[in-house]
Design a protein around this ligand. Structure first.
Ligand SMILES: Nc1ncnc2c1ncn2[C@@H]1O[C@H](COP(=O)(O)OP(=O)(O)OP(=O)(O)O)[C@@H](O)[C@H]1O
Length: 309
């Protein structure tokens, strides 16, 4: 399964939800769509699954020598933004019904269902009605419903929403298992720490446009994250001396004569080192890489956008 999306745009009345967005997803990848509320993530997902069509641009999906302009139902496992199962029916009835709609035999459906219910610690609750479950447990059933029929492509709109940290980690393991089984996964999410652990490639969007794209490493290179540096001096240097350096935004003391420094944007590392060496000899210089959460915040600030993580 390969997806090639080229310059797609989508408008709803006066709102330009998606503007000229392009990306490629290769087979077996985990691909993350990131961005604040209203960035256009769900709009892209709706075009990929064929619920709407792009106004312009193209979507090309290739699977076993066949090509499609959206993901065919039989190949798709989908967790939509508006979740939809039957609240008055039991977990088991909901899941078996969906699996059989997808053409799975009852024995395979039961086997898959038992496996995933076990993974999410819901086996004993299989006969409970969905409405009796907590929001988090309902979310887990929704996730199982999306993958029971072993689709080639799984699209999950905010799979971590409503889950506590332990269950978020369970979803990370769940997604890693899907990847191990050879499925391609697209997810939208606001939980950068989870995405960082999982995504092979990511697309950070804002106001319908791509802001950053690539692997975490590529994004770290492109992104204007806070640039931090851990330094040590061979003799006493005071916090006041450091605070007077034009290259530094912030200095925080660590152990004796060691500091964590944040560089002013646009000041190069060599310029900063020059200013530090004017104070004393350096015994340690360690650049700190920004994590995805920091890169996200920095990208949104740079684009003057509202931050909603
Ligand atoms: N059916 C619709 N009719 C009108 N406007 C819409 C419709 N669907 C989305 N929009 C608008 O398009 C823009 C993008 O919305 P979209 O739901 O794709 O964002 P999102 O990134 O998925 O946000 P969230 O993180 O809140 O789910 C928003 O301004 C939204 O209000």
């Amino acid at each position: 399964m390969q997806l090639i999306v080229t310059a797609i745009s989508k408008a709803y009345a006066s709102v330009q939800a998606v503007k000229q967005v392009s990306f490629q997803i290769d087979s077996g990848e985990i691909f993350a769509l990131l961005g604040p509320n209203g960035a256009g993530k769900s709009s892209i997902i709706r075009m990929l699954v064929g619920m709407t069509k792009p106004d312009s641009g193209s979507i090309m999906i290739s699977y076993q020598d066949q090509q499609f302009d959206h993901v065919p139902r039989r190949l798709l496992g989908y967790l939509p933004e508006d979740r939809g199962l039957y609240p008055d029916k039991s977990i088991e009835k909901n899941l078996l019904y969906l699996a059989q709609l997808h053409g799975l035999s009852k024995s395979v459906a039961l086997q898959e269902m038992d496996y995933w219910l076990g993974e999410f610690e819901l086996l004993e609750r299989r006969h409970d009605e969905l409405k009796q479950l907590s929001k988090g447990n309902q979310q887990k059933v929704q996730l199982i419903a999306a993958v029971l029929h072993k689709p080639a492509l799984v699209i999950l709109d905010e799979p971590f929403s409503g889950l506590d940290p332990i269950n978020q980690e369970k979803v990370v393991l769940f997604l890693q298992q899907l990847k191990q089984r050879g499925m391609t996964v697209i997810l939208s999410a606001h939980q950068m720490a989870m995405v960082e652990k999982l995504a092979d490639h990511m697309l950070l969007m804002a106001q319908g446009q791509v802001v950053l794209a690539g692997t975490l490493q590529q994004i770290q290179q492109q992104g204007q994250g806070p640039r931090e540096m851990k330094v040590g001096f061979n003799s006493a240097v005071s916090l006041e001396q450091l605070q007077q350096l034009p290259a530094l935004l912030l200095a925080q003391p660590l152990q004796a004569n060691h500091y964590m420094l944040t560089l002013v944007n646009d000041v190069g590392v060599s310029e900063c080192l020059k200013q530090l060496l004017a104070l004393a000899e350096l015994t340690q210089v360690e650049m700190q890489t920004a994590d995805l959460h920091q890169l996200y915040l920095a990208a949104m600030t740079k684009h003057n956008l509202q931050v909603t993580v």
